[in-house]
Structure formats: structure tokens, C-alpha cells
Design a protein around this ligand. Structure first.
Ligand SMILES: Cc1cc2nc3c(=O)[nH]c(=O)nc-3n(C[C@H](O)[C@H](O)[C@H](O)COP(=O)(O)OP(=O)(O)OC[C@H]3O[C@@H](n4cnc5c(N)ncnc54)[C@H](O)[C@@H]3O)c2cc1C
Length: 326
């Protein structure tokens, strides 16, 4: 298995170099993927990575999944985040989904993106003030509410939504964009990461069966927290890729550009900047990979995941600024 995963990683690096990296700036400027790229990602099995083998997926480890996101994000950060959002959503269905939901939605998830929706306009990611809800009517659940800032929101076909099922009770249901009462709303306008949407999901009396419940009624907070843990180590992988990309640009530039009679690469002030960038990048990698190792080993990984996203975000901003100064 390890050999298969390592071979796949090498192939992903080639794939990204050929199919994604050349379009990096184009993706950001056009705020969309080039025609045909999404289908190439599907054909290359990148959507299958976190889907268990028994449902037709690749069932790769968290470590390999993180490395894949890292490689792709180095070529283009938006595509890396698209996979991050998809992988974290596959993980919640794999861990908490009913057999019927896995059989229905994993085949979709091999061809189309899945999303996870917790955030709301007035309460952010704090569910105690959430307003969306589900009520039981016979053997059906009726879901209404509004979720915002959802990674892949408007691109994804299927969304797990964390809603209230009682005054202090939260539950997660799977809804899909073909269901009556489902619509999309506002799409965020970001400074960067513009290649994929981060958008609003509106639910107006969507009706689902019990098989679309993830876990048990009342398990919503646990599942939302778990989705955050998965998102955060994968964001550490995205942030490592962003910093690798920045360091490559910087190294190429300083090798060719003179200041006075010296190449920038021969000046001590440049060494300081490159060293800081390399250290930031390596520390982000170490912490996201420690979170992934812990997840694979069945150990708690919440803290390392949070550190990967928190440290990685600050490090990537500093690394980007150092690149700009160079
Ligand atoms: C790129 C991106 C992708 C995302 N993808 C998803 C997704 O797939 N699914 C999903 O459910 N959500 C997603 N989100 C939303 C995200 O998870 C958070 O919910 C959202 O960023 C807001 O966080 P929060 O509610 O914890 O903010 P809070 O920490 O509650 O902050 C809300 C506001 O209060 C201010 N504030 C906080 N603390 C203080 C304080 N002590 N003093 C003064 N002001 C304070 C903040 O500055 C901010 O203006 C995404 C967000 C982004 C940016």
C-alpha cells in the first residue's frame, strides 16, 4: 500500500506540473478553473483519495492525502483548497454516514465535489447561536436555514449541514443540490484563492430521510469539530504548498537579479529572507504531517491540526511578504 501511495504521489507531482502549474495565474485572474481541468482531476482519481476502498475509492492514508493537497497547492492554491474541502467532507461521511448514504453519495463523490457546512451569517462557526434547524415529520426530517462561506459552495453537489434539532441539540444531515428547496446564495469575493467558490447554501424546507442523518441525533457538535480537525491539517498542507511555491519564485529571481554589482543571491540580507521562508515552510510541513500521522495512528490530532492551520497561516503571510520584499 505504501508503495502504491508513494508512486501515486510521484504521478500527482507530474500531473500538477503539467496540468495545473502553467495555469496558476490564469486561474486566479479568471476566478475559475480552465476548461477541462476539473474533468482531468476526476480522471486522475484525485476525488477518490479519501473515499474508502470498499466503496470504490482509493482509501489513502491521511498522510498521503495531506501530501497530495500539498503538491497540488504548490501548483495552485485554489485547487489545493478545493481538494481540502472535498476530503474533509468525504471523511465525515466515511466516519458517521449510514450504509445507504455511503452507497448513494460516495459514487457522486468520485465524480463531483462534496462540501461541509457549519458557518452561519450571524453566528459564524459558533453553533450555539445557529438559526438553521431540522424538524421531524413522520419518518422525514425537514431542514431550513442558511449556511455561508462554504468551501466549494456552488461548485459542490452534496453538502453535510450542521443544524439545530432542539434548543441545545445539533445534528448533521446530508442534502444535495437536486433536492426541492435547495438553492445557492452569495459567493464571497476574496483577495486570493479565487479559483474556486466559497459560497452560501440556502435550505427552504428540504425533506430528507433518516438515512441522510450523519451519526446520531445530537452528535452535530462532535461531527462539526471533527470536520474542523480534518480541514485544519489539510489547510496546513495547502499552506506548505503556498510557501514552497513562494520560495521557488524567490530562489529563481535572486539567482538572476543584480543589485549594483552583486546578484541578490550573494547578499546577506537575501540569505536572511530565504532562510526565514524555508524555516516557515518546513515548520508548517512538520506540524501538518504530525497531525496526519496522529490521525492515521488513531491518536488525538485536534491540537496539531489547529496548530498547522494557525501557524501555517501566519507563516504563509510572512513568507509571502518576504517574497514581495525580495
Ligand atoms: C476560505 C474560507 C473557507 C471556509 N470554508 C468553510 C467551510 O467549508 N464550511 C464552513 O462551515 N465554514 C467555512 N468557513 C468559515 C469559517 O469556518 C469561520 O466560521 C469563519 O471564518 C468565521 O469564524 P468564526 O465564526 O469563528 O469567527 P469569530 O472568531 O466568531 O469572529 C467573528 C467576528 O468577531 C470578531 N471577533 C472575534 N473575537 C473577538 C474579540 N475577542 N474581540 C473583538 N472582536 C472579535 C472577528 O474579528 C470577526 O469579525 C470558511 C472561511 C473561509 C475564510
Amino acid at each position: 500500500m505504501k508503495i502504491i501511495e508513494e508512486k501515486y504521489l510521484a504521478d500527482v507531482a507530474e500531473f500538477a506540473k503539467k496540468n495545473i502549474a502553467p495555469f496558476d495565474l490564469q486561474i486566479d485572474r479568471a476566478a475559475k478553473l480552465p476548461n477541462g481541468l476539473f474533468q482531468k482531476l476526476v480522471d486522475f482519481d484525485l476525488l477518490k483519495v479519501r473515499i474508502p476502498k470498499e466503496y470504490g475509492g482509493l482509501g489513502f492514508s491521511a498522510m498521503t492525502s495531506g501530501k497530495i493537497v500539498n503538491i497540488i497547492a504548490k501548483a495552485n492554491a485554489s485547487v489545493g483548497v478545493m481538494l481540502e474541502g472535498h476530503y474533509k467532507s468525504c471523511d465525515q461521511i466515511a466516519k458517521y454516514g449510514t450504509e445507504a448514504a455511503k452507497k448513494k453519495y460516495f459514487p457522486w463523490g468520485m465524480q463531483a465535489i462534496l462540501g461541509f457546512s457549519n458557518t452561519e451569517p450571524e453566528s459564524g462557526s459558533n453553533p450555539s447561536k445557529h438559526q438553521s434547524y431540522a424538524v421531524k415529520k413522520g419518518d422525514k426530517w425537514i431542514i431550513s436555514g442558511d449556511k455561508v462561506m462554504i468551501t466549494n459552495g456552488t461548485l459542490a453537489q452534496v453538502y453535510s449541514v450542521n443544524v439545530k434539532t432542539g434548543p441545545n441539540e445539533y445534528s448533521v444531515f446530508i442534502v444535495d443540490k437536486g433536492m426541492p428547496g435547495f438553492s445557492f446564495g452569495y459567493v464571497e469575493r476574496f483577495i486570493g484563492l479565487r479559483g474556486i467558490p466559497c459560497g452560501e447554501v440556502v435550505m427552504d424546507h428540504i425533506e430528507v430521510g433518516e438515512e441522510n442523518l450523519l451519526g446520531q441525533v445530537g452528535q452535530g457538535l462532535e461531527i462539526a469539530n471533527n470536520a474542523h480537525d480534518d480541514a485544519r491539517y489539510l489547510m496546513g498542507a495547502v499552506l506548505t504548498g503556498i510557501q514552497e511555491h513562494a520560495l521557488d519564485i524567490a530562489k529563481n529571481y535572486v539567482a538572476k537579479r543584480y543589485s549594483g554589482d552583486s546578484l541578490l543571491k550573494d547578499m546577506q540580507v537575501t540569505h536572511y529572507k530565504l532562510t526565514k521562508m524555508a524555516t516557515n515552510q518546513e515548520l508548517t510541513r512538520l506540524v501538518y504531517q504530525e497531525a496526519a500521522r496522529r490521525k492515521d495512528a488513531g491518536e488525538p490530532y485536534m491540537e496539531d491540526s489547529a496548530m498547522a492551520k494557525c501557524f501555517g497561516s501566519q507563516a504563509a503571510v510572512e513568507t509571502g511578504d518576504l517574497l514581495l520584499q525580495i
